[in-house]
Each structure stands twice: as C-alpha cells, then as structure tokens.
Design a protein around this ligand. Structure first.
Ligand code: NAI
Ligand code: ISE
Length: 335
C-alpha cells in the first residue's frame, strides 16, 4: 500500500525526510508540502514528482490527497498541526519536541485519548539507532546486571546565533531524556544543571557547555555533557554502568584508518549523518502503522514526559537547584 504523505515545514529536517520518503523508503508518496516560506515549499515540491505546494499546514491536513502528515515545522507550531491531524483522524509523525510545554503536550494527549486510538508518533529517532537498540537488548538480557549510572555526551560542532542556554536542554538533551525513559523503562525523578567553565568559542551570553544530571525513579543517575559549539564534529556518546559491567555506544564510523603512524575514524558532520539509518527505520515504522490508520513508536505521552523533564531542567537552569520532575498519571491508551 502507498501512503500519501503531506509535509508541514520544509526546512533542514523536513527536506531530509522528504528525500528519504521519496528516494529511500518504500510505501510513501509525498503529495503536498507547506511552509511559511512559500518559495521554499514550492522549491521542495518541485523536486518531488506529483507533489503540490499548498498555502498552509491546515490545507495539507485537510487535503483529500493526504492520508498521513509529517510535521517538521518549528516546535511552537507543532501543537496546532498535531491537534488538526487528530481532529481529521489522520496519523501524524511530529518531530521533537512534540510541543514546547507540558501543558501543550497534555492538550495533544487529551485529544488523542478522546479520539480513542493512537495517531501520533514523536520523532525520538534514537530509539531506532542500532547501537542504542543493542544496548537495550544487552541490558534486558542481564549482561551488566542492574543499571546504576550513565555518562553521556551530546556535542554539536556549532549552533546558530539564535541558540539560547535553554535550548541546550529543550533542543538537544530532550533526546537523552526520552532515550533513558525507553532504555531503563522508568520515569525521571529530578533534574539538575551544572555549569562548567564557559567556552570562549561559544557566542557571548550562551552557557555552553552544560552538564545535566537526571535521576530516575529507581535511583539511576545519568550525567549528560551538552556542548553545542565543540567545533570538531557531531559526537554522541553513552556509557551505561551496571553492577557487573558496562555498555558503551560504539563509535558509528563504517571505516577506521591506520596509516602514517596514526589511527583515525571519521566524526559525523551532523545529526543527519550520524543517525541516518535511525531516521530511515523510524519513518518506515511510522509508514507501516500509518498505512493502517494508526501510530506506533514514541507516543504523545512520551512527548509529554520529555517536556515535563525539560521543565524541571529549565527550572534548575534558572535556580541552580535540583528540581523534581512532576508528571500526571498515564492514561490507559498509552499502556
Ligand atoms: P528549520 O528552521 O530548518 O525548518 C523549519 C521550517 O518550518 C522552516 O522552513 C519554517 O519556515 C517552517 N515553519 C515554521 N512554522 C511553520 C508553520 N506554522 N507552518 C508551515 N511551516 C512552518 O528547522 P529544522 O532544523 O528543520 O527543525 C524543524 C523541527 O525538527 C524542530 O522541531 C527541530 O527540533 C526538529 N529537529 C529534529 C531533529 C532530530 O534529530 N530528530 C534534528 C533537527 C531538527
Ligand atoms: C537537533 O535539533 C536535533 O534534534 C539533533 O538530533 C540534536 O542532536 C541537536 O543537538 C539538535 O540541535
């Protein structure tokens, strides 16, 4: 079956998802694209056979030639589009963050509960990365005993001038927040943000790097270095320490070179290169479910949980204190 897909937001990741849905993954046909920048929407639509540029996201959702929707606009615009998809009964893949605040996420959760079945998948692609999947399998298979703590790094070579200290949490660390809920199968209890020496290479006023410490309900501590102007490449690291061993995310390069007395591996340029296979797998899973009018993978509840953890971390960023994560009870729809 071919799913006719509409796309809202034709920026960096929107174009990357359009490419994979058009040239890499079977089972999809892009039929409609909208962007606030009409020229950009037209340009992207022109690159896809039989796709039309439409004036607004709501036009895409309402279109008879759209069965399911990919939302890749900016975070604050996600809620309106996702709610409109649920109202139209159309499956929707929404990039992270589901919405910028816990309350906005809860409105989406409530709409999905009222609809009665899941329609929303959130773009937490790390759950589909083969390295993290191997880590989860080894953990649940008992290879390192009970997990105790984890060390992570989330480094970007550079961030746009508009990047704020808050965005190290809401834009970057949100991935680890979801990842560890999935990996450890438990919620977070508290968040604390620490401030190491500021990099003189980061824009004035940006607190970069930061260390985020998450605590799970069972007491696992997860430290995450967030550094968005590390200059040398996109570097994602994770080591999970258990009672009898450790699990480390292998470096993702396909090739290691020994030559001229040195050993080297390529460091990915950005998230598109590092997680290319994970994005392919997550969107294939979404397409497979969307073909049946449903959603799988990270849910709107997972989007809400991540927003609740972000909220605590943002409070800690301001106050300098450890901050408890507060969450509502999970509706039955989300298992
Ligand atoms: P971008 O700025 O390159 O593109 C966003 C596009 O959305 C722009 O062309 C903008 O004009 C359009 N847009 C904004 N509001 C709109 C609206 N109401 N209707 C129609 N178009 C609208 O941003 P980028 O990097 O592509 O990020 C988009 C989303 O994807 C963000 O939520 C971001 O956090 C997420 N993202 C996720 C990644 C991942 O690894 N899962 C990686 C990069 C981005
Ligand atoms: C970007 O928006 C993403 O979502 C990437 O996955 C993340 O690693 C990066 O830090 C964000 O800026």
């Amino acid at each position: 079956m071919t799913v006719r897909v509409g796309v809202i937001g034709a920026g960096m990741i929107g174009q990357d998802h359009v490419r994979r849905l058009t040239t890499t993954l079977p089972g999809a046909r892009i039929t409609a694209i909208a962007d606030l920048d009409a020229a950009r929407a037209q340009q992207v639509a022109d690159s896809v056979p039989a796709a039309r540029a439409l004036p607004t996201g709501n036009d895409v959702i309402a279109s008879d030639s759209v069965d399911a929707v990919v939302v890749t606009s900016w975070g604050p615009a996600h809620e309106e589009s996702v709610l409109a998809c649920i109202a139209a009964g159309k499956p929707v893949f929404c990039e992270k963050p589901l919405a910028p605040t816990p309350d906005a996420c809860l409105r989406i959760v409530a709409a999905e509960v009222a609809h009665g079945t899941r329609l929303v998948q959130v773009g937490f692609m790390r759950r589909y990365d083969s390295g993290y999947r191997a880590m989860k399998q080894a953990l649940t298979g008992g290879r390192i005993g009970a997990p105790l703590l984890a060390h992570c790094a989330h480094r970007n070579p550079s961030a746009p001038g508009t990047f704020t200290s808050q965005m190290l949490i809401t834009d970057a660390a949100v991935h680890e927040m979801d990842l560890f809920r999935w990996l450890l199968e438990e919620d977070m209890l508290a968040a604390s943000v620490l401030f190491p020496r500021r990099s003189s290479r980061s824009p004035e006023g940006l607190q970069d790097p930061q260390i985020l410490l998450l605590e799970t309900a069972s007491g696992v501590h997860i430290d995450i270095e967030l550094f968005v102007n590390c200059r040398y490449g996109y570097d994602i690291r994770c080591e999970l320490v258990g009672e009898t061993g450790t699990l480390s995310l292998a470096q993702p390069a396909d090739l290691a070179v020994r030559g001229e007395g040195a050993y080297s591996e390529r460091v990915p340029a950005d998230w598109r290169e590092r997680f290319v296979r994970a994005y392919d797998t997550e969107l294939q899973e979404w397409l497979n479910a969307a073909g049946g009018g449903e959603a799988a993978g990270p849910s709107s509840w997972d989007g809400y949980a991540a927003a609740a953890i972000c909220d605590a971390a943002l409070t800690s960023l301001e106050s300098g204190h450890r901050t408890p994560v507060t969450m509502r009870d999970r509706p039955a729809l989300f298992g």
